[in-house]
Design a protein around this ligand. Structure first.
Ligand code: FE
Ligand code: FE
Length: 203
């Protein structure tokens, strides 16, 4: 009995997504909720953020660009080359505009779920992590390890995911958003720059 109508939101977002993306979305919603339980985050916020994180994902790329321009959302060079990256920013706008979500915590979790960023909020880290480990995911090699780690140390998990993502992107021809690199540098330094600094921080 929170302040969001999850049933209504779910029905609405289902119409915007293909079947695979909707199943992924439910996975992210439940996984975000589980991580929220583990780390003392607001469970409902985690569910709403998980449910809406990819709400702009199935919009065709040219329409994504057009919609961003209409809303004066800045498009970087990397985003213009790989417009799928825009689904996070645009998704955050649509979460507000179309789904009536005002909570800045939820909106920023949607905004940063693809690239991450330095010094993420707890909810941002939860959705970022849930997006990578939710049950439908199967591609990443070390998923079993990352899944286990996610319930032990959230910062270290974010660091591992960023590292794996950069490695993966480096090996292909996909564009890497500079924000992912900044995020990785930040989380890597948290653990490896000073010997005894990182492991006491768990969320
Ligand atoms: Fe996404
Ligand atoms: Fe996703």
């Amino acid at each position: 009995m929170g302040s969001y109508n999850l049933i209504k939101l779910q029905k609405k977002v289902k119409k915007e997504l293909d079947a695979d993306r909707f199943l992924h979305t439910l996975g992210v919603m439940y996984t975000s909720a589980a991580l929220a339980m583990r780390y003392g985050e607001d469970i409902e916020k985690a569910q709403v953020a998980g449910l809406l994180h990819d709400c702009a994902k199935c919009i065709p790329n040219d329409k994504k660009i057009r919609m961003c321009k209409e809303r004066q959302i800045e498009i970087s060079k990397v985003e213009l080359k790989s417009p799928f990256l825009l689904h996070s920013k645009l998704g955050a706008y649509l979460a507000k505009e179309k789904y009536g979500v005002e909570d800045p915590d939820i909106l920023s979790a949607i905004m940063w779920h693809t690239t991450g960023r330095p010094n993420m909020t707890r909810l941002e880290k939860i959705v970022f992590t849930a997006d990578y480990i939710e049950p439908q995911r199967c591609k990443a090699e070390n998923l079993p390890k990352v899944r286990r780690l996610a319930f032990h140390d959230l910062n270290l998990t974010v660091c591992r995911i960023l590292e794996d993502t950069l490695h993966y992107l480096d090996s292909g021809q996909a564009e890497i958003d500079p924000m992912s690199r900044s995020a990785y540098r930040y989380y890597h330094n948290l653990f490896y720059e000073t010997e005894d600094k990182g492991h006491s921080i768990t969320s």
